[in-house]
Design a protein around this ligand. Sequence first.
Ligand code: NAI
Ligand code: F6P
Length: 386
Amino acid sequence: MQALHFGAGNIGRGFIGKLLSDAGVHVTFADVNQQVIDELASRHQYPVNVVGEQSVCEIVKNVDAINSTSPKVSDYIAKVDLVTTAVGPQILARIAQSVAQGIIARHASGNNAPLNIIACENMVRGTSQFKQEIVKYLPDDLHQWVNEHIGFVDSAVDRIVPPATSKTGDILEVTVETFSEWIVDKTQFIGEIPQIKGMEPVDNLMAFVERKLFTLNTGHAITAYLGFYNNIATIRDAILNDKIRKIVRGAMEESGQVLIKRYHFDPVKHQAYIEKILSRFENPYLHDDTARVGRQPLRKLGRGDRLIKPLLGTFEYQLGNQNLLIGIAAALNYRNNDDEQAIDLANQIANSSLKQAFCNISEIESDNPVVSQIEQLYTAMQNHQF
Ligand SMILES: NC(=O)C1=CN([C@@H]2O[C@H](COP(=O)(O)OP(=O)(O)OC[C@H]3O[C@@H](n4cnc5c(N)ncnc54)[C@H](O)[C@@H]3O)[C@@H](O)[C@H]2O)C=CC1
Ligand SMILES: O=P(O)(O)OC[C@H]1O[C@](O)(CO)[C@@H](O)[C@@H]1O
């Protein structure tokens, strides 16, 4: 079995590429980082440090790499069985055209074998969104063939893989936590579902996607923003701060109450899931910057993302949300001149008002009572009175 994987970054090398390769799939990475491509293409292997109580270094072998802007991408898509991505949500639209060209080439070559495409990004039904972008570049008369031969499979990916500096200077080396969860929607595959250890096909994907995004990512983002606000550089140090930990746990519990109502999760098991996440944030073997986890605050303050979507759920079920509001205020306070979206956020607030900027970004109506609560929390933080 052969796969083309877009994005030879942390998740690409440390999670998806590794799982595929461990399962005997030949993986070719497509990336734009020429240095990484050249190293992968000449060595055909790279080390992954799996760190926890018992750390091991595993070598991922028999891989290859190409530049994702090269015409070779079409040749690969014409022949592989699987296309996966871990490039970041904002990049999917940029690679859609070359994936579409590959699909056109596959059809033209008479390859009617099933192809499944799985976007592995922190997004709700990211592959379905990717499909909308790809379809824009396909001629109408190919749509039916695509629906019959190409599976667009949504997924949820959970493994913390921060960028790590190698002691030996190896740019391919990646360090990952022991935990990993890759959930895919079994109803969307075309042909047989590939047997990949660590990839779990389910028929209720949304429950898993929301459980992950609105627990781990909600808690992670709030840890990052409160950590950054308190001049704490790493997620571990931030979550070891009692005040931050209480708010983060509280926010995950508030979001959890929504998930329990919506998906009928067992409350005891869900609490254990939250506690496990807190212990993952504390992992002493991972160095994870609050700035990495807080990156792109405008995306994270979007209506469907990890901060606002759980808040909307608390309105729906009339549940408490005080800790989520603190987390949102901390996100609005995120000031980092190395992050374009943080600069944009600060400019939006400066050029209008906190209230107007927040309502524009989150799409929450300005007369919603939480808006003034968020404004008060934001002001208290701005005045260092929080
Ligand atoms: N790092 C983590 O712990 C986790 C990340 N994710 C998600 O996985 C995705 C990737 O995240 P990371 O691996 O952390 O990011 P990363 O920045 O380490 O990797 C992204 C890779 O995509 C490449 N890329 C950029 N533009 C490209 C293009 N046009 N064509 C091909 N490759 C391109 C970059 O050069 C880079 O190698 C994101 O959606 C993230 O939200 C999900 C779970 C965990
Ligand atoms: O990758 P994003 O969406 O910017 O957010 C960072 C988040 O992704 C992860 O890297 C993996 O889920 C988390 O560590 C963190 O919550």
